[in-house]
Structures are given as structure tokens and as C-alpha cells.
Design a protein around this ligand. Structure first.
Ligand SMILES: [Ca+2]
Length: 382
């Protein structure tokens, strides 16, 4: 009899342990912070599982230098966008004036804006204004894969301190126009997602395009395959288009033809700078700032992608080339965006009747990677 009671109790305990462990793992996967019993100053306390210290804001952000380049970042708040934004905020020769979120990109407007605000606060710049724009393309109905959107909406499961600053009441197009006018012809715009916001701003006031100093666009694939057709879950047959242009080809076409000077950073250049395990290992032992720590944890949460060998520095490379053009080599060429639905929709094609743009053909891989680590860690550039 006693043996039976003991056996039953053991089974109940084992079942309870399985429920607790599996439930914790499930909650973690869903982005819910799971707490474990740990000790703090010798006393028992609840702390995030895994034993990592909470991420805290940078209390020593770089002083913006006199004559720093004013910049607006238009982002779709995916993982590599976070890297690009933190890199730019850590450069003393860059003055990030505003961030606009492309609601047609990977993140949805609500979480994208919240994550952008929290990220600028992490970098010690909580006052930077953030606004979102249209959540549907100006034409067509292309969207990013849902699983990608879910991952970036929940900041890949990371939690960072909330920024008390509220989102801008005005929309992204109005924030772009205001930033262009405030900078008096000196604003550099870096776009890291679909071009919906910029096209909207230029549609509302075409003169704005001619007052922009330059636009750097992460987008397109000239002589290499696109990346839209590489995602099995979507079933899209298209080996020419790159995602940012594919999602809103009309918007991209409008921006290229707007009269603003445009430099594309296409897959031809970004394919040369892979974010692989070797780089992750370098970062693991070189993360002395909150920004570097955040990037390390974001990559850890996406380590499967890093290990795949198909993860690139798309957006951070674009950001770095925009402010350090020696990292790229360029050629000028007239191009068209294919807007017609079909197997090439969203492709950027060389065409004499198109808009003249500058195209980044190659990138300095090792110099970029070292500079990225130096800047992220707050090591002042020589
Ligand atoms: Ca992006």
C-alpha cells in the first residue's frame, strides 16, 4: 500500500515537472518573460530565466559632434534594422533627427513604433521622434511572411526598458517633410524597408524630394538572384525581386523617379558581407556597451538564421555606407522597377528609359565588420 502511494506521488511529481518545464519553454517561445527562482544579494528573488542581467539604457551615449550629418532613418524594424539603428546612434558624426516606421514592412505599426522608441531610449536618445505610415502598399497587396512579422513585432522575445516618450501624433510622411525642411537641404535619408513612407511624403509635396541631400536605399538585386523566391512558406515564384522593393514596387518606382539623388545598396553588395557564426563569436567577446549587448542577444535569439549562412548585414551595411562611403564602390546606371504583376514584379532592371541612380556594386567586408564592432562598442573612430 505504502509503495503504491509513493509510486503515485512520484508520477504526479514527474508530471508536474514536465508541465512546468514545457510550459516555461512554450511561454518563452511566445515571448512571455519566464521567471526563475534565483538569489539576489544572498536573498531569494525572482529573475529572468537564463541568469542574464536585464538590459539597461546607455548612460554614456556619444556627444553629437559639431557639423554632424543630420539623418532620418526609415525602417521596417526587423532584426538587422535594430543593428543599423544602434550603429547610427553610436556614431558621434551622425545626428539622427527622426525615425519613421514602414508599416508595410516586417513589423506592424504598433509594435514597430514601440520597439523603435524603446531602442532609441536604450541608446540614450529617448527624445528622438518616431512615427509610422501606411500599413498597406500604395499599390498592390504584397506582404512579408507572417512568421517573420511575428518575430520582429515581439522584439525576438527580448525585453528592454520602456521609453516614456509618446509616438508622434503626425504620420510618417509629415515627420519626413518636417525633418527635410528643418535640415535646410542637408538631410540624408536612409531607407531600410519598403519605400511606402517616402513615396507618400513626395506624393503629398513633390518639392520635398528636391530638398533631400541624398537617399540611401537598401533594396534591389541587379546581377544576383533576388531573395523573395527563397522563402518556401510563401510559395512565391520570383527569383529577381528583393523584399523591400517587392512589397511596394510602385512606391519604389516613385522614389527613384522623384528627382532626389538615390544610391541603391542592393543584394549584389550585401551578399558580400555575411553575418555568420564567426562574426557572432567576435561579438560575444567584444560587447562592452548596452548597444553591443542588445545586438548580441538579438542575434542569440536568431542563432539558427545566423548559422544558416544566409544571414547578411543588409541594413547595417547600408547605414554604414551612407555615412562612410569608402566602404563601398559605385556605378551609375538608369534603372526601372517592374510594377506589373508576374514572376519579375518588384525587380530593379537596368533600362535606358529609367531613372539614373547610383548603385553600390561591392563592399569592404572586413573593414565594415571591424568598424561596426568599434562603433557599437562606443570606441571613438579615428
Ligand atoms: Ca529592414
Amino acid at each position: 500500500m505504502n509503495r503504491k502511494i509513493v509510486k503515485t506521488a512520484l508520477i504526479v511529481l514527474a508530471a508536474a515537472a514536465i508541465v512546468i518545464i514545457a510550459g516555461g519553454a512554450l511561454l518563452s517561445m511566445l515571448g512571455v518573460e519566464v521567471f526563475c527562482l534565483g538569489s539576489e544579494n544572498g536573498r531569494m528573488a525572482l529573475e529572468p530565466c537564463g541568469g542574464e542581467a536585464p538590459l539597461t539604457a546607455d548612460t554614456n551615449p556619444p556627444q553629437i559632434a559639431a557639423g554632424a550629418q543630420p539623418i532620418l532613418i526609415d525602417t521596417d524594424m526587423a532584426v538587422d534594422d535594430w543593428l543599423a539603428i544602434l550603429y547610427l546612434l553610436q556614431r558621434p558624426d551622425v545626428d539622427v533627427r527622426a525615425i519613421t516606421v514602414a508599416g508595410t514592412g516586417e513589423a506592424h505599426c504598433g509594435p514597430g513604433v514601440k520597439n523603435a522608441l524603446d531602442l532609441v531610449a536604450l541608446a540614450g536618445r529617448p527624445e528622438i521622434p518616431v512615427a509610422c505610415g501606411h500599413e498597406t502598399p500604395l499599390q498592390g497587396n504584397h506582404v512579408f511572411p507572417q512568421s517573420w512579422r511575428d518575430n520582429v513585432d515581439r522584439l525576438a522575445g527580448l525585453s528592454i526598458p520602456a521609453n516614456p516618450t509618446q509616438p508622434q501624433g503626425e504620420d510618417a510622411a509629415a515627420l519626413i517633410t518636417g525633418a527635410v525642411r528643418d535640415a535646410g537641404g542637408d538631410l540624408l535619408i536612409i531607407t531600410l524597408g519598403p519605400l511606402t513612407n517616402l513615396a507618400q511624403a513626395f506624393a503629398e509635396d513633390p518639392a520635398v524630394a528636391r530638398e533631400v541631400k541624398e537617399i540611401f536605399v537598401m533594396g534591389g538585386a541587379m546581377s544576383v538572384p533576388g531573395n523573395v523566391g527563397m522563402v518556401p512558406e510563401t510559395g512565391i515564384e520570383n527569383d529577381r525581386a528583393e523584399w523591400n522593393i517587392y512589397v511596394d514596387p510602385y512606391a519604389a518606382s516613385q522614389v527613384l523617379a522623384s528627382g532626389a539623388p538615390v544610391t541603391l545598396v542592393p543584394l549584389d553588395a550585401t551578399n558580400q558581407v555575411v553575418l555568420d557564426k564567426a562574426f557572432y563569436d567576435r561579438l560575444e567577446v567584444d560587447r562592452a556597451s548596452p548597444e553591443a549587448e542588445f545586438v548580441y542577444r538579438a542575434l542569440t535569439q536568431n542563432i539558427g538564421f545566423v548559422n544558416s549562412g544566409l544571414y547578411y548585414f543588409w541594413d547595417p551595411l547600408t547605414a554604414a555606407i551612407a555615412v562612410d562611403q569608402g566602404l563601398g564602390s559605385f556605378a551609375s546606371q538608369p534603372v526601372l522597377v517592374i510594377e506589373e504583376e508576374g514572376p519579375e514584379v518588384g525587380a530593379v532592371r537596368a533600362d535606358e528609359s529609367g531613372s539614373l541612380v547610383r548603385i553600390t556594386m561591392a563592399a569592404e567586408e572586413e573593414r565594415f565588420k571591424q568598424e561596426f564592432l568599434d562603433v557599437l562598442n562606443g570606441r571613438v573612430m579615428e
